[in-house]
Design a protein around this ligand. Structure first.
Ligand SMILES: *[C@@H]1O[C@H](CO)[C@@H](O)[C@H](O)[C@H]1NC(C)=O
Ligand SMILES: *[C@@H]1O[C@H](CO)[C@@H](O)[C@H](O)[C@H]1NC(C)=O
Ligand SMILES: *[C@@H]1O[C@H](CO)[C@@H](O)[C@H](O)[C@H]1NC(C)=O
Length: 313
């Protein structure tokens, strides 16, 4: 099962071994337990195994003897921490007060279980890989990793959505069927020592097309024409097969120093003549692309280019 496999693979990076939902685990060759608990809990109890003949124990935090803030030692030797907050993280140890010997050590880590990630999948062209990215709205304060799989249709075979590296919070699906009317379903499962949360995101390729912005936008003067500017650009180079999947373009332009801009009607051409331009005034221009069939989203605006119309001498 990929989920278990993933856990095993990821464990060495997490410096603690994972042992079920209690959040308790043992580090090898040491008395040190790692305990995970949620922030904002009314009470968290740290265990201390009291040996025969020892009637009370003393707790230390980070090796320092003395009273521990927001905590009390219970009769059975356990330490109860109240109202958990990040300041209570650290290494706690219980000691035999007669000898000072440590009976047990607990490294306490506090955080939140993950919530469902918010996920967005986009494809910059038909027939190219789908890239999905996600984020958690709330910081967990704990190592949190993501298991990403997808199916083509609810009953399709489960495959990995490949993550380029840890910490990128993205994955890609290379091998997609273009004209399928069966949705893909991405499963992003966030995992940390306090819990897991799964977000399922169904999508059709036609809904998630978002071209990259057009490239090489140039604004040029038309000699002896005072109220026009010529624009030219190239389709985004990531857009594959433009002959089968045409793009349409809109242009946004504004006069230098003005906040308001005008937008042209969409056109398939990769050039345009702006008319009604004030002679001698600089104009700033950007262009955006969209799938000609109106599938998916419009690209971001291209980098701007500027030009000034010809002025009679
Ligand atoms: C989503 O992925 C997780 C982790 O691999 C798995 O446990 C869970 O069953 C999956 N959910 C669905 C609905 O496929
Ligand atoms: C814990 O927090 C609650 C609410 O903020 C407060 O009423 C209570 O007195 C706190 N308890 C301790 C032991 O600090
Ligand atoms: C443009 O907008 C900014 C803030 O949005 C404003 O301060 C400025 O006065 C506006 N300029 C013009 C020419 O409308």
């Amino acid at each position: 099962m990929p989920w278990l496999l993933m856990l095993t693979l990821l464990l060495p990076t997490c410096s603690a071994s994972y042992k079920g939902p209690t959040g308790l685990s043992k580090e090898e060759g040491d008395l040190l337990d790692r305990q995970y608990a949620a922030l904002g809990l009314a009470e968290v109890v740290l265990q201390c195994p009291i040996p025969e003949g020892v009637s009370m124990v003393e707790w230390q935090k980070n090796g320092i003897a003395g009273p521990i803030l927001k905590a009390s030692v219970q009769e059975d030797g356990k330490l109860a921490l109240w109202n958990t907050s990040l300041s209570q993280e650290g290494e706690y140890s219980c000691h035999d007060p007669a000898t000072g010997q440590a009976l047990h050590r607990v490294h306490l880590k506090l955080g939140y279980p993950p919530e469902k990630p918010s996920v967005q999948c986009l494809s910059s062209s038909y027939a190219s890989a789908v890239r999905c990215a996600w984020k958690l709205e709330t910081e967990t304060h704990l190592d949190t990793w993501f298991v990403t799989t997808y199916r083509h249709g609810m009953d399709g075979e489960e495959r990995d959505c490949v993550q380029p590296g840890t910490g990128t919070n993205s994955c890609s699906i290379a091998d997609v069927q273009l004209f399928s009317i069966v949705p893909y379903v991405l499963n992003v499962t966030a995992v940390n020592p306090l819990g897991t949360a799964t977000k399922l995101s169904p999508f059709l390729i036609s809904q998630i097309i978002k071209p990259d912005p057009p490239e090489d936008l140039k604004v040029s003067v038309i000699p002896r024409v005072s109220r026009k500017l010529r624009l030219e650009w190239k389709p985004p180079s990531s857009w594959l097969f433009p002959e089968y999947f045409p793009l349409k373009y809109v242009i946004r332009y504004s006069r230098d120093g003005m906040n308001s801009s005008k937008t042209t009607r969409p056109s398939e051409q990769t050039s345009f003549v702006l008319t009604g331009i004030r002679p001698g005034t600089t104009y700033h221009v950007q262009v955006a692309a969209k799938d000609d069939l109106d599938n998916g989203e419009c690209s971001a605006w291209s980098s701007p280019a500027s030009g000034t119309a010809w002025m009679p001498p």
